[in-house]
Write a protein that binds this ligand. Structure first.
Ligand code: PHE
Length: 449
């Protein structure tokens, strides 16, 4: 091994890092958009149910694999395998996860770059540089390349510093900052005309919609993306948790934070949409469907900010800074998954591994940027709709069917000697063995037939 493995120095450090990975564009942009297009509160309700009943057990499976393996996703899965074919299976699943993470990062850093460009735009307006302001918000290859590169450099900087001085330190700084901006923005938006209608749409469920297949599919997909499942990310973060920690409760905290921030983001975005509507911005088409997902963040909200004068500039800055920070704490986890593999597998230094992996991912991003209409949607579909659910399901299969039950229990007992008598131990093994794989497969089949 190239270096002594890193470890999170405290519970709080792990919670901030894992919640930082989980909370990202998926929460602040994806969740409110999905909620707005799928019946508001009905979606919220089913999202809560699915996040706790399906995504949390799968999430626990992944962090447990990592904590047991004390290594990157591929090696951790291999340690659970008992014979030659299972080891090959482990390598395949692990590598699929890491390739998936790299593909997610290749499109994620493009979108995060847009967020950074939009963060700077109000500053360009204030210092009276209209051409630059226009370039920052206009969709162009040059803008996309520059900001993807800048965002990649930020991510590389943090990852090159390692677990405690990079991931943990920056997550602990950035996450509370992000929460503060989010709360301040919510308070402000709720004071504006029209916000009340948005709060009502968001919080009063139309119960007739809760079992709509599409709503359930979208809610489950959203929960898996949001908890960063099926990408090797939670396996590697799990591997940095000290053995004495109680991972059942750590996992529960992270899930609650992730779900909580998604909920709060809905409380910001949906009322903001209605405020924009009250000011004459069109947000729904004639059939009552949301116009389109990217219009929400890049048209509706900026339009609203423009109408608010100089306070609007401040709000625009705060909102896009929020998005940029949330993306950064997710992208570091996405980069850590392949970087840790390269460090441990090829015995190279962390710095070198960070540079090599980032360059490869940046080249993929460049390919996407220069062939945007063909590749952008395709890479998102492959990585988030195929790779993530399949790998997450296979991790559950590993824990439920391949890993010996006693060994699973021993791993859990290290941080909580009483776990054997807990509700968690009565329910979770069955969930990972049967409920999660069947439910994920069912969702998957439903999607493609
Ligand atoms: N969970 C992140 C979000 O909500 C995205 C992500 C997916 C991060 C997979 C890591 C791994 O934006």
């Amino acid at each position: 091994m190239a270096a002594i493995r890193g470890v999170f120095s405290s519970n709080f450090g792990f919670i901030m890092a894992a919640a930082g990975s989980a909370v990202g564009l998926g929460n602040i942009w994806g969740f409110p958009t999905q909620a707005a297009s799928n019946g508001g509160a009905a979606f919220l309700l089913m999202y809560l149910v699915l996040a706790f009943c399906l995504a949390y057990p799968a999430f626990m499976a992944e962090i447990l694999i990592g904590r047991y393996g004390q290594a990157n996703a591929v090696s951790s899965l291999q340690k659970i395998a008992n014979n030659a074919w299972q080891k090959k299976f482990a390598i395949t699943v692990g590598l699929m996860g890491l390739i998936g993470a790299s593909l997610i990062l290749s499109f994620y850093s493009i979108v995060a770059g847009w967020m950074m460009a939009h963060t700077i735009e109000p500053i360009a307006v204030v210092v009276n540089m209209p051409n630059i302001a226009h370039w920052l918000t206009d969709f162009s290859v040059s803008r996309n390349l520059v900001f993807t590169a800048v965002f990649t450099l930020f991510t590389m900087f943090i990852i090159s510093k390692g677990v405690e001085n990079g991931i943990e330190k920056w997550s602990k700084r950035l996450m509370p900052f992000m929460l503060l901006i989010l709360v301040l923005l919510i308070i402000y938006v709720l004071t504006l005309d029209g916000a009340k209608a948005g709060v009502i749409a968001y919080l009063s469920p139309d119960l007739s919609r809760i079992f709509e297949p599409n709503l359930l599919l979208n809610a489950l997909g959203q929960a898996f993306f949001s908890l960063s499942l099926g990408s090797g990310v939670m396996i590697i973060y799990g591997s940095y948790i000290a053995k004495k920690e109680n991972i059942v409760s750590l996992g529960a905290y992270v899930t609650c934070i992730d779900v909580g921030i998604a909920f709060l983001s809905g409380l910001l975005i949906i009322p903001a949409m209605y405020v924009a509507q009250a000011q004459g911005v069109e947000i729904f088409n004639q059939q009552g469907q949301l116009l389109s997902e990217d219009t929400l963040v890049f048209t509706v909200l900026p339009h609203l900010f423009t109408q608010m004068g100089s306070v609007g500039l401040l709000c625009a800055f705060a909102f896009f800074a929020l998005m940029s920070v949330a993306s950064l704490t997710s992208s570091i986890s996405l980069l850590e998954a392949p970087v840790s593999y390269v460090v441990e597998r090829f015995n190279v230094s962390r710095k070198r591994s960070t540079i090599v992996v980032s360059v490869v991912i940046f080249l993929i991003s460049t390919l996407i940027i220069t062939n945007f209409s063909t590749l952008f949607g395709l890479v998102i579909t492959i990585s988030t709709q195929y790779s993530q659910p399949i790998v997450a399901m296979l991790c559950c299969v590993f824990v439920g069917w391949i890993w010996h039950r006693n060994s699973v229990l021993n791993e859990l007992k290290q941080g909580d000697i009483t776990v054997e008598n807990s509700f968690f131990w009565k329910v979770w093994p069955w969930y990972t063995k049967l409920v999660c794989p069947i439910a994920i497969t069912a969702v998957f089949i439903h999607k493609f037939v």
